[in-house]
Design a protein. Structure first.
Length: 182
């Protein structure tokens, strides 16, 4: 008999505005695999703002893209009122603790938080404390010299992520990590 694998809850989206009158909602994806995570028939966990996690609370009935926005139809929302009431809800899935994205250039937030940040010169800066999902790009929150520093998570500034080694390399620029632009 196989032992159950440990799982972790991963946020894959945030419900936005209702779209139309039949319960469809816009969802801000927080995954690089929206077609996989929001496949028809998938049961997703829901966490209302400041609320308790409700496992399997939402079932995907449909997914489509409209003018660059992801629109999802959940079985539980039959009208605009129900859809509007869900605004701000985080949508989560349970993944096996060892699971990682298939693309080697993609990472789950949980893989990055806690990694040690080093400069390209090898100077240790501090740990990654969070990942902020911006409209244009993701941003690493780093604790450096007792304060939070935000670094855009782009290859030019973060050329290396070594999960096995437990570190991230940041190409420091004036004002980026020390907060003192020259």
């Amino acid at each position: 008999m196989a032992l159950p694998q440990p799982t972790e809850s991963v946020v894959v989206g945030r419900i936005g505005r209702a779209h139309g009158i039949k319960g469809e909602v816009s969802v801000e994806p927080r995954t690089d695999e929206p077609d996989r995570r929001f496949a028809v028939g998938t049961a997703l966990d829901a966490r209302a703002p400041g609320g308790v996690l409700r496992p399997g609370a939402l079932t995907v009935e449909g997914l489509r893209w409209h003018q660059g926005r992801m629109l999802v139809r959940f079985a539980e929302f039959r009208d605009r009122t129900a859809a509007e009431a869900a605004r701000g809800t985080l949508v989560e899935v349970q993944v096996e603790a060892h699971e990682a994205p298939t693309d080697p250039e993609e990472f789950y937030d949980r893989q990055l938080v806690g990694l040690v940040v080093r400069t390209t010169e090898g100077v240790e800066v501090g740990p990654v404390t969070g990942v902020i999902h911006g409209a244009a790009q993701d941003i690493l929150a780093i604790k450096a010299n007792g304060r939070e520093v935000l670094v855009p998570f782009v290859t030019e500034l973060v050329p290396q992520v070594d999960l096995a080694g437990g570190f991230v390399v940041v190409a420091d620029r004036p004002g980026l990590l020390d907060g003192d632009p020259q």
